[in-house]
Ligand binder design. Structure first.
Ligand SMILES: Nc1nc2c(c(=O)[nH]1)N(C=O)[C@@H](CNc1ccc(C(=O)N[C@@H](CCC(=O)O)C(=O)O)cc1)CN2
Ligand SMILES: Nc1ncnc2c1ncn2[C@@H]1O[C@H](COP(=O)(O)OP(=O)(O)OP(=O)(O)O)[C@@H](O)[C@H]1O
Length: 206
């Protein structure tokens, strides 16, 4: 008898997901600085109008890690463009916990966390109403693979209603399917250097 189509992550899927994750990270890290910054500028051209439409007040984003798009300049500009806006960076509290977010202002002192990712030295907790989620591999149904910690899945699942989510990444990470496991949930949108895909979740369709 063949197994049901949705089962907890099976060993073959886990290995395939690991391979997709590593391949996407390696391809991104192989970009040269000029290529990466051109692709990031193109991504931002698509991200800006989407954010204008969604008009979050508290925007979560990530400090660039392992060749991810550097959105720090974009977010600094977004912060300065209207009063009352707050930007926030994720903080890993514990390996099996949702991420917390700490408010970020441009130029403030950051310190590396256990992974070497800069986080605010002074923790000022806040809850984003929209999060820019870096994607390594991703697919046309809005699913993503991160670094395998499950942090974003846990973070988006922990809040009711979940904050809106926009995956941000490069087309080089696109795959046919990330082979979603039961704990994976699709992002609301994914934005790359070529455009915007989504919304992937019905309640956010507009
Ligand atoms: N820029 C950025 N910041 C982020 C995330 C992200 O995806 N991108 N995160 C999104 O969740 C959180 C960090 N998640 C991470 C999870 C695993 C690894 C990682 O490199 N794991 C290694 C093992 C490292 C170790 O144990 O020392 C590995 O998988 O090989 C890094 C970050 C919060 N900050
Ligand atoms: N909502 C959740 N509740 C409990 N455990 C979860 C949840 N989401 C993910 N996990 C656990 O986290 C592990 C890693 O998940 P996955 O491979 O999808 O990580 P990822 O999305 O690549 O990582 P990240 O979000 O940190 O970038 C899974 O094996 C799963 O058991």
């Amino acid at each position: 008898m063949s197994p049901p189509s949705t089962v907890p992550e099976t060993p073959p899927d886990k290995a395939l997901r690991g391979a997709m994750r590593r391949r996407a990270i390696a391809a991104r890290e192989a970009l040269d600085v000029a290529q990466r910054s051109r692709m990031t500028a193109a991504l931002v051209e698509h991200l800006a109008p989407l954010l204008d439409r969604l008009s979050p007040r508290v925007l979560g984003f990530c400090w660039p890690y392992r060749g991810e798009p550097d959105l720090t300049g974009f977010v600094a500009d977004w912060l300065g463009a209207a009063p009352g806006r707050v930007a926030a960076l994720p903080v890993v509290l514990a390996p099996d916990q949702p991420l917390a977010f700490s408010a970020w202002t441009p130029g403030e002192t950051l310190q590396p966390d256990a992974f070497g990712i800069p986080v605010p030295a002074e923790f000022r907790r806040c809850d984003p109403d929209l999060v820019l989620v870096p994607v390594n591999a991703f697919d046309g149904a809005g699913y993503r693979l991160g670094y395998g910690g499950g942090f974003f899945d846990r973070t988006l699942a922990a809040r009711e209603p979940a904050p809106r989510s926009i995956g941000v990444g490069f087309e080089l990470g696109r795959v046919e399917s990330i082979l979603p496991a039961p704990h994976d949930r699709p992002l609301d949108w994914i934005v790359t250097e070529t455009g915007t895909c989504g919304p992937f979740r019905g309640e956010n369709a507009f």
